[in-house]
Design a protein around this ligand. Structure first.
Ligand code: 0A1
Ligand code: ZN
Length: 877
């Protein structure tokens, strides 16, 4: 295969650079034919650096126009400037200033890395390796320097000039141009650099920190969207207060700016003092944003803000340690959302996400350790394993140590490593040092890929009143890791007696049990509980205390018992999920379900719906039938997604059709006329009502009409989109007209257009691929905007398994053709879409072959970006 140079980077090769950049002075001239960047780097050799050691700086797509050291231009023989960077052959063996000038073309930058132009606004994205597209530099996270940035731009095109840190000067630059100077006193790696220049509106506010410092806050956006930024500002202030309360962390600059841009490869970026956001994670108003959008904005605003301590003040030594900042920061944003909203519902939500995104990654061809030890393309490691499994590892640490000791460790982390670029080892060491707990074996979680399979067997002996639990773990091989070692698995648990109350015991032998936690750290353990008066039902992994897949011999009756009696809300929810999953797996394997089983599930669900002590959001989750990817995973091999889809639809009809009138009455009972607010109570109510609507559409004749009515009468986007989505997915006769109405009703709002694209890509009918081709072929389709592309094709690969994995291969071919096209313009978007193929080894032979042939054709067609080639190579390995 012809690819951009094959190269693999190994963790074992890590070595610090022989030179240190102490400070950086950048000067940008923006808005001329090309953008010119003058950089003055104050460089010094490390004490151990040998004379004659070249200084090698990274660079990409730069054109060098001048170069000097301490003011003296360099002879041609003194340096080499190539496509990969700049080498100074023999730099002085003392502190010196290297001055370069390069020119850039932000207008033609469709990769959206480095300096680019989005909707007329100049902006940057430097993580992980974008800064080298701005100037020659040591573009690695362990190179920390202070930055001073001067920008000059035409006042008319860019009245707003922003960079990291504090604004120290601004003024007129003549010729209709103006300038601004920003200084960031905190040494930082280049990936946290940011600059924005454009004609932007803004909203402002302020926050006074615990120690009484006033911080000026601003959110910048396209003119006319200011009224959609209030929720983001509110979320920011709550995040700042929370980090002080929960982790004792204060903000450290005089200003904190957020900018919303329309073209952005990811969600958002934590640049020091200048967070840049994908505008879909800033803008919200009730008519166009859903409750899920509001929650997402709150979460990501918090996430990026929390990076100021976990990521910026303490950063990563190298990109292998990405999980150090990301896993920890996701843990922190999950905790924030739990404290701000409902803890149980948040946990269920986070686990659903882990299971539907991370487990498939961990069990497929792209599996990798949270801290990998090699990569070809670091952009492909911004994965759900690094983020979400990384957060689960931090959560287990907190569970094992207990809240107070975990906080002690975090305090020590902030104290010991502030201002450093550090490692996972250093992170674990602070907890060991703060608590005396040995975390050597625990570290394996970071180094080992794959979801551990935990098997539980139990037995009760009435004569001796003993109860035994045998728990064993096994992790299947993953690419590059044929053998696995046992992990430290915290199992929060309880035993429940026949009357539904918690049961105690006198003593436990055979393993480590501390209060309500079993710690499994061997391959297998048999625990014997004595003094157990009756046969208990065990409730294990309460709150999902470890990211594992559990196989137990609990019967459907046991699970229904847990669904009624467990004091742990997560496990009550889990028990219901297990009951329906087991039924669907049986049916997919050809084993029909009995009436009794369906009736038992139905009455448990109806009971949940009627239970006044449960909140609406929880009920909505309990009434959710596991999604198709989960069922596929439970089946495990030779999966036929069409069959899975059919079985799931049949189960929904079998369970809910007989109680349609109850569901409908509950649906009407939840109707509300109070003005929209995105709060927990209201959004919980809407989620339950919309869940009922979805079940009614799928199980009763009148459902589609009810949904069409809700669509027409809705006063907020949550209700309107919920109705449209279920009709669109089922592709009922109402679908085309409603989709057409939706498109014209919100014409001109790109974020609502994304919703239209999402619904369009989710339809289960055979016409969906042709319709998507027509959408992409429309000359007015914004073919370079990541949000538009992902809403359509990303949704299709991840959310429409029936059509994506069609046996005739049409879904696979549609996606590989898309990847071939987009890869030339934006390799990150292309590579991410391509990861949707990771399910292919699980499919039944015909579909598996169709997928393999689409992938090999893509490979044979040749020149792909390094991003896509890396994914493809691993996918086919
Ligand atoms: N650090 C950001 C994620 C991010 C990564 C890469 C990006 O551009 C290619 C942008 C953002 C976060 O965790 O939010
Ligand atoms: Zn992050």
């Amino acid at each position: 295969m012809r690819t951009e140079t094959e190269h693999t980077i190994y963790l074992k090769d890590y070595a610090p650079s022989p030179y240190r950049i102490v400070s950086v002075d950048l000067d940008f001239r923006i808005g001329e034919e090309a953008t010119r960047v003058r950089a003055q780097l104050t460089v010094e050799p490390r004490p151990e650096t040998a004379p004659g050691t070249p200084l090698v700086l990274d660079g990409e797509e730069l054109s060098l126009s001048s170069i000097a050291i301490d003011g003296a231009p360099l002879m041609l023989s003194a340096y080499a400037a190539g496509p990969q960077g700049l080498t100074i052959v023999e730099p002085p063996l003392r502190r010196f200033v290297l001055e370069t000038e390069v020119s850039l073309q932000p207008e033609g930058n469709t990769k959206l890395m480095g300096l680019y132009r989005s909707n007329g606004v100049w902006c940057t994205q430097c993580e992980p390796e974008g800064f080298r597209r701005i100037t020659y530099y040591l573009d690695r996270p362990d190179a920390l320097a202070t930055f001073k940035v001067t920008m000059t731009a035409p006042l008319a095109l860019a009245p707003v000039l922003l960079a990291n840190g504090n604004l120290v000067a601004k003024g007129d630059a003549g010729d209709g141009r103006h300038f601004a100077v920003w200084e960031d006193p905190f040494p930082k790696p280049a990936y946290l650099f940011a600059l924005v220049a454009g004609d932007l509106g803004s909203i402002t506010d302020s926050f006074t920190t615990a120690s009484g410092r006033k911080v000026d806050l601003a959110i910048y956006c396209e003119h006319g969207k200011e009224d959609q930024c209030d929720w983001a500002m509110d979320s920011l202030k709550r995040s700042m207060a929370w980090d002080e309360r929960r982790f004792g962390r204060e903000y450290d600059l005089d200003m904190f700016n957020i900018v919303a841009v329309s073209d952005f490869n990811f969600g958002a970026m934590e640049n020091k003092g200048l967070n840049i956001f994908n505008d879909r994670l800033v803008f919200a108003k009730p008519e166009t944003a859903t409750d899920a959008n509001y929650a997402g904005i709150e979460r990501v605003i918090a996430h990026e803000y929390f990076h100021n301590w976990t990521g910026n003040r303490i950063t990563c030594r190298d990109w292998f340690q990405l999980c150090l900042k990301e896993g920890l920061t996701v843990y922190r944003d999950q905790e924030f959302s739990s404290d701000e909203r409902s803890r149980a519902v948040q946990r269920i939500h986070d686990v659903q996400n882990l299971r539907s995104a991370q487990f498939p990654e961990d069990g497929g061809p792209l599996a990798h350790a949270p801290r990998p030890d090699q990569y070809r393309e670091i952009n492909n490691f911004y994965t759900t394993t690094v983020y979400e499994k990384g957060a689960e590892i931090v959560r287990m640490l907190a569970t094992l140590l207990g809240e107070a000791d975990f906080r002690k460790g975090m305090d020590l982390y902030f104290e010991r490593h502030d201002g450093e670029a550090t490692t996972i080892e250093a992170f674990l060491t602070v907890f060991a040092d703060a608590t005396g707990v040995d975390l050597e074996q625990f570290k394996t979680w970071y180094l080992q890929a794959g979801t551990p399979q935990v098997t539980v067997k139990d037995a009760y002996d009435a004569a001796s009143q003993t109860y035994t639990l045998t728990i064993s773990q096994k992790t299947e091989p993953t690419p590059g890791q044929p053998t696995k070692s046992p992990l430290v698995i915290p199992i929060k648990f309880g035993l429940i007696g026949p009357n539904g109350s918690p049961m105690g015991w006198n003593a436990v032998t055979g393993g480590s049990v501390r209060d309500d936690m079993i710690v499994l750290d061997q391959e297998s353990v048999t625990l014997t509980f004595s003094g157990v008066a009756n046969k208990p039902v065990p409730s294990l992994f309460r709150g999902f205390s470890a990211p594992v897949q559990v196989h137990s011999d609990l019967t459907q009756e046991d699970n229904l018992f847990l669904a009624r009696h467990d004091s742990d809300p997560f496990n009550r929810w889990e028990a219901l999920q297990d009951v329906s999953t087991a039924l669907m797996v049986d049916a997919a394997r050809g084993k029909a379900w009995g009436n009794a089983a369906i009736e038992a599930l139905r009455s448990a669900l109806a009971e949940t719906l009627a239970n006044d002590s449960l909140d609406d959001a929880f009920k909505a989750q309990a009434l959710t039938i596991p999604d198709e990817s989960l069922i596929a995973r439970a089946i495990g091999s030779d999966v036929d997604p069409e069959r899975v889809h059919a079985v799931r639809s049949e189960l929904i009809r079998a369970v809910f059709a007989p109680i349609a009138s109850t569901l409908e009455a509950a649906y009407h009972g939840l109707t509300s006329t109070v003005p929209y607010a995105p709060d927990t109570a209201q959004s919980g109510r809407r989620s339950l009502r919309n869940r009922l609507l979805s079940l009614l559409v799928q199980s009763s004749d009148g459902g589609a009409a009810l949904a069409a009515k809700q669509y027409g009468e809705a006063t907020n986007m949550t209700d309107r989109l919920a109705a449209l989505a279920v009709i669109g997915a089922q592709w009922t006769p109402e679908a085309p007209a409603l989709l057409a109405d939706f498109r014209t009703r919100f014409a001109g709002d790109p974020l609502v257009f994304d919703k239209w694209l999402t619904v369009s890509a989710s339809a289960h009918d055979d016409g969906v691929i042709e319709r998507m081709r027509a959408i992409l072929a429309d000359p007015s389709f914004p073919r370079n905007n990541p949000n538009r592309l992902r809403s359509l094709v990303g949704t299709f690969v991840m959310g429409n398994p029936v059509q994506f994995t069609r046996a005739d291969g049409a879904g696979f071919r549609f996606v590989t053709e898309f990847v071939t096209d987009v890869d030339t313009r934006n390799p990150q978007v292309a590579a991410r879409v391509l990861t949707g193929f990771r399910i292919w080894p699980l499919l039944e032979p015909k579909r598996r072959e169709a997928a393999r042939s689409a992938l090999t054709a893509l490979q044979a067609a040749g020149s792909l970006s390094r991003n896509s080639a890396d994914i493809l190579t691993r996918m086919l390995a």
